[in-house]
Ligand binder design. Structure first.
Ligand code: FE2
Length: 199
């Protein structure tokens, strides 16, 4: 296993007051790092140790898949947020959102519905349905992610309780609202969109 956890793209207090430094500290140092450590232990010196993280995700199931996917999902989630985020998509991505959802407001409504409606632990995603395909919102259970289905992820919201419980207790809708309105990193989504359409 050659990979390490990438550093968080901002200080642990940078997302306050919407996500506390305490939450980010636990989430990154205990949960995210914990998945990597379990993955390393499970893979050891097996042939999978030569694969990339995405290759491991695509070729595994059970516990190896769960830990590998959670490592990837969290790295993607940190980048899906930024201090001073929220607001509007721009340029090509905004045009695609208006084409496929009707409006950015309707996209936000669907993302909130998926994130709040996911039963138990999981993720809500904005994805492109294959290269050059339509944009859509999906949700996934536990560690599941779009990498096995051919959808191309553009951004994600972690809705495991560990993502918000210290700050919002059981009030997931408040956390999801803060994510969409104050944290969502549209630049990251726009860059993923550009890559997905091959520009
Ligand atoms: Fe998480």
């Amino acid at each position: 296993m050659k990979f390490e956890l990438p550093p968080l793209p901002y200080d642990k207090s940078a997302l306050e007051p919407y996500i506390s430094a305490r939450t980010l500290d636990f989430h990154y140092e205990k949960h995210h790092r914990g998945y990597l450590e379990k993955l390393r232990k499970e893979i050891g010196d097996t042939p999978k140790a030569e694969l990339s993280l995405v290759e491991i995700i695509r070729s595994s199931d059970g516990s190896v898949f769960n830990n590998a996917a959670q490592v990837w999902n969290h790295t993607f989630y940190w980048q899906s947020m930024m201090p001073g985020g929220g607001g509007k998509a721009t340029g090509d991505l905004l045009a695609a959102i208006e084409r496929d959802f009707g409006s950015q407001g309707e996209f936000a409504r669907q993302l909130a519905e998926a994130a709040i409606g996911e039963f138990g632990s999981g993720w809500a995603w904005l994805v492109m349905a294959g290269r050059g395909g339509k944009l859509k919102v999906i949700k996934s259970d536990d560690a599941e992610n779009p990498l096995k289905t051919g959808d191309i992820p553009l951004l994600t919201v972690d809705v495991w309780e560990h993502a918000y419980y210290l700050d919002y207790q059981h009030e997931r809708p408040k956390y999801v609202g803060a994510f969409i309105n104050h944290l969502l990193n549209w630049d990251f989504a726009a860059n993923n969109y550009k890559s997905a359409i091959g520009r």
